[in-house]
Write a protein that binds this ligand. Sequence first.
Ligand code: MEV
Length: 314
Amino acid sequence: MLAAIGTSHAKTILLGEHAVVYGEPAIAIPISTIRLRAEITPQPGGQQTVTSAFYNGALAAAAHTNFAGVATLIRQLLVTFDAQDQGFNLNIISDLPPERGMGSSAATAVAIVRAFYNAFATDLPHAVLLRWADVSERQIHGNPSGIDAATVSATRPQWLIRGNQPQNLAMPKNGVLVIADTGVQGQTKLAVQAVAARYHADVQARQEIARIGVVTRQAAVAMAENDLVTLGRCMNSDQQNLVALGVSTPQIDAMVQAGLKADALGVKLTGSGMGGCVIALTPDGATAQKVAAAMARAGAIQIWQHDFSTAEAD
Ligand code: MEV
């Protein structure tokens, strides 16, 4: 095993969360300025340890902690490389707030898989990376669509229909996305289960999911045409569908209203909802500042701005 690093970054889902679990498309944006890094340092003596903000200790003791899903992933990676007895420390350094709909668990998985493949000097095709990320995502979230892992490992916006390879979309040429943290942990597993219960019991919920699919397809066209006004309208309509599915909260609703009053083109929750972050599409930096200030007054504890015109693309 060599000393090695693996990296990833945050994501926001622009449209299509929840519906993507049921085969509708989703569009997500990589946020490459909010980063996560996994560092592997080989250790003599066979001890396998983890240091991070969310788990510190022996890999073997992680079974009943919030690191259990990632620990399963690491154990399976070690079996693949026939390295179960090799000692190492895995250090995870993350700028991503956990459980805020920014893809923290998928970003952790992606960076770790990349680090282990680098440590064993092995090529890692993207489809293989996504299959590995699914190991921990399945244990943590139950029924992941794969949109999070696809986006935290990509440099361009992603279009995903479950079961298919994710596709790159063109980055909008301008506009600024404001990402505002409610300060409340989103509960992905719970939210996905709550939507599943409604989906199976209630025809209206199935109609909401189908409507999200229609709006997401319209949004993809608007994005390709760099039509931010239509894209914003699609986001607003998506938010109404997400409210109807029961995953918004009074605090999210208040931040959405604050963003709209401050002239955002579209505002919605992002990710699982029931907490997490709210995103607002704005036409320019001045409007983004106004929207960010309004959302801070409505209770956001942290705000990021993602300027499409300067966003990284490979
Ligand atoms: C979570 O970031 C997005 C959801 O659609 C779940 C998933 O796609 O796995 C809520």
